[in-house]
Design a protein around this ligand. Structure first.
Ligand SMILES: [Mn+2]
Length: 292
């Protein structure tokens, strides 16, 4: 397997050797099952484009973070059929994390891609846990007859790995019995408004090896308005960053995804904020790993 560079590299035009990259971005413009607002297939490109508007010097971390080495791969576009997609993406991630040392960052696309991403990490890392940032519990075994629905994003993983959910403020009748049971620890948003307490609990619940999945609707819609199934009352920018920083500094983040950006005409807020979030997370992880 050889990674092909994307025409749009995150943040800067220069293409670095993927073997030397500390982070490898894989854009996945997959959209098959969106049920309300559509357009998440346009998310990856819009985020990559927005990244050129970021300053290279991160004002919080106070470093030119990009120097750690970020490579952006070509779009993962194998979407002949759902079945083929989920088989191919699994193989791709298996290869990616065995051949390259860079921490993978996946940009969706709809949230169902997480179903295809997580198994490779579960195979590679012992005792993996998943931090699930989302407005929705995403624990239905299927939705509209489809087990690969965005509304089922975390269901398969919940049968195998510890899942810690934050930001949750929409739970369906058919999934209510799945929150706070088995492998799933759910922090309902309205019950966890004390962010310092939440951080303590989340760090305690997670194992050391953590995969992070970020549905942008976990944020308040004022931070991330362009998303298919918005919910009121999500995390503010600074509260979310505080949580992510604590997790990145205390745990070994093995990879993360950011999903459900559906660009809307006349606004760049969501894609720009997503690009900034990705850059900041690269910064936090790099700090912990001593790369900066
Ligand atoms: Mn969601």
């Amino acid at each position: 397997m050889k990674l092909i560079p994307n025409r749009l590299q995150f943040l800067i035009d220069e293409v670095i050797d993927p073997q030397k990259a500390s982070f490898i971005i894989v854009p996945i413009p997959y959209e098959h099952t969106t049920s309300y607002g559509k357009g998440t297939k346009n998310g990856p490109k819009s985020i990559l484009k927005s990244s050129y508007q970021l300053e290279l010097w991160d004002e919080e971390i106070k470093k030119d973070i990009y120097k750690v080495g970020i490579f952006t791969a070509d779009y993962f576009n194998h979407i002949k059929s759902e079945k083929v997609f989920f088989r191919e993406i699994g193989r791709f991630v298996d290869d990616l994390i065995s051949i390259y040392r860079g921490i993978p960052i996946f940009i969706g696309g709809e949230h169902s891609i997480t179903q295809g991403l997580v198994p490779s990490f579960e195979k590679k890392y012992e005792n993996l846990s998943i931090l699930h940032f989302d407005a929705h519990a995403d624990l239905r075994d299927e939705y509209e007859g489809n087990p690969h629905s965005h509304a089922s994003a975390l269901y398969p993983a919940s049968l195998r790995s510890k899942i810690v959910q934050i930001g949750i403020r929409s739970v369906a009748t058919e999934e209510k019995h799945l929150i706070n049971t088995g492998n799933v620890k759910t922090f309902l948003m309205h019950e966890c408004l004390d962010v310092d307490k939440l951080i303590e609990d989340v760090v305690e619940e997670l194992s050391n090896n953590v995969y992070l999945t970020i549905d942008v609707d976990g944020f308040d819609p004022s931070v991330m308005p362009a998303t298919g199934t918005p919910q009121p009352g999500g995390f503010s920018w600074y509260d979310a960053l505080k949580i992510f920083k604590a997790v990145c500094m205390n745990k070994n983040i093995v990879g993360f995804d950011i999903v459900e950006v559906s660009p809307i005409k006349g606004s760049n807020i969501t894609e720009f904020n997503s690009a900034k979030l990705i850059y900041r997370l690269i910064g936090y992880i790099s700090l912990r790993k001593g790369l900066l």
